[in-house]
Write a protein that binds this ligand. Structure first.
Ligand SMILES: Nc1ncnc2c1ncn2[C@@H]1O[C@H](COP(=O)(O)OP(=O)(O)OP(=O)(O)O)[C@@H](O)[C@H]1O
Length: 423
């Protein structure tokens, strides 16, 4: 319930912090800065903190502290306002030699929601994991401490991704541009590293608050993400087909020539190569790429068109492109689609097809293994960007759960970055 520290000059032992919600805190008898004089009758001045802890461990039943109260106590932690954050990195106290008390530390993974109840110590904060029934807080490194720890412990393999206007460098995901397609090339599985990105290092905790969309506001953008072949495109198509009035995908742009009869009900914005390239350099595309000699892309403007019509816009993008959609204007709700257990994946995908530019064929064991590994890596690397994770086992069931989630995102309060709900 409390940690202690030794004043190296005087040898005095002080209460360093009282853990929020712990026994010492609830008793109201110990405060940070109190001088510890005796424990169960044993004078502690001059002892090392480890020796004091040993006395405590050897004690049974009632423990008697003799303390000299701190005359200028810091404002009580119980009165401080909680701050809610999403962890953008993983942390394990057992691997952190600098933590004052590993037992009091809290492990967390990127994406976890934390209620920070005490930030009075600039190096160690006290927090609880949400949703949590635990009333006792635990220690986590402060944002500054975690940032410096990560930047010194991580190998310098992190490269800033330069946004260039080069068409050849574009990441390409077929589903976005050919969602009404008859054939497509497989996406590249693009997760090779699980180390934190530079952006996550610059902000290891993202402050969040509960945001509830007002019925008058535009709908939140729905983003589906998942490893290639997991079924995001199939799910999106089905959802739109069964709810065409409320759900729509953005109309893709393409430089491919218009085919006879296509103008009656265009399924693309047909544009010149020059205009397409201009849109690329103006960062108007979420994703774009080349397919059979023509350029295709999903633009922010096409997403806005759907939202302006009062419909819910649903897109599927590569997880590494989710970040650019995370704006207070679009307020994306991101759902990661993952495969079921190995047995159920193979059972349910007996009739499934991998459709590439070259051929359409059944899944092979290699495809399944690649899909499982890619999905695992993507989830580890990007889980801080996902609002929900959904398993695509039975297609019909997954569709209806997805539809419920989409309704939830629009109608119920959700944790979002704090800036999104500030006007
Ligand atoms: N739950 C499911 N049960 C059975 N088959 C499924 C299920 N989900 C998807 N499929 C099938 O799996 C195949 C691949 O799905 P889909 O094309 O949607 O993948 P994807 O995630 O969009 O990947 P890519 O972007 O590479 O196309 C399709 O034949 C689709 O019908």
């Amino acid at each position: 319930g409390a940690t202690i520290r030794k004043d190296e000059e005087t040898g005095e032992i002080f209460i360093a912090r009282v853990i929020h919600g712990g026994l010492a805190d609830r008793s109201g008898l110990l405060h940070p800065g109190d001088l510890l004089v005796e424990v169960n009758g044993n004078p502690v001045v001059g002892l090392d903190p480890e020796q004091v802890i040993q006395i405590l461990m050897d004690s049974q039943g009632t423990i008697l502290f003799k303390v000299l109260p701190n005359e200028t106590p810091a404002s009580s932690s119980c009165c401080a306002k909680s701050v809610f954050v999403r962890a953008m990195v993983d942390y394990c106290p057992l691997q952190d030699t600098s933590i004052p008390c590993p037992d009091a530390g809290m492990a967390f993974r990127r994406g976890d929601l934390l209620e920070v109840v005490d930030q009075s110590d600039e190096r160690w904060w006290q927090a609880r994991k949400l949703p949590s029934a635990a009333s006792c807080a635990r220690l986590i490194p402060s944002a500054g401490r975690l940032k410096s720890r990560l930047s010194t412990s991580e190998p310098r393999k992190i490269r800033t991704k330069q946004m260039t206007a080069s068409l050849s460098s574009a990441g390409f995901r077929q589903s976005f541009c050919l969602w009404r397609r008859t054939s497509h090339r497989r996406r590249r599985q693009s997760c090779t590293s699980c180390s934190p990105t530079l952006s996550s290092l610059s902000s290891p905790y993202e402050e969040v608050s509960l945001y509830q969309r007002h019925p008058e506001e535009k709908h939140r953008l729905i983003v589906l993400a998942g490893a290639s072949g997991v079924g995001v495109n199939e799910l999106r198509k089905r959802l739109i087909k069964t709810n065409p009035l409320s759900l729509q995908g953005p109309l893709p742009h393409t430089t491919r020539p218009i085919r006879a009869g296509e103008l009656a009900k265009p399924e693309y914005h047909f544009v010149s190569k020059e205009l397409f390239e201009y849109m690329v350099v103006s960062h108007r595309f979420v994703e774009y790429g080349e397919f059979r000699g023509h350029l295709y892309g999903t633009s922010i403007d096409a997403i806005d068109d759907v939202l302006r019509r009062g419909q819910i816009c649903i897109v599927d993008v590569e997880p590494h492109n989710v970040q650019m959609l995370r704006t207070s204007r679009l307020k994306p709700f991101v759902i990661f689609i993952k495969p079921p257990s190995p047995e159920r994946l193979r059972e349910t995908r007996r009739e499934a097809r991998i459709i590439s530019a070259q051929a359409s064929r059944a899944f092979t064991e290699d495809d399944f293994l690649q899909l499982e590994e890619a999905s695992r890596l993507l989830e580890v690397k990007y889980r801080h960007l996902f609002d929900r994770v959904l398993v695509n086992e039975d297609l019909q069931e997954c569709c209806s759960r997805l539809f419920s989630l989409i309704q939830e995102a629009q109608q119920e309060p959700q944790w979002t970055p704090v800036g999104w709900s500030q006007k």
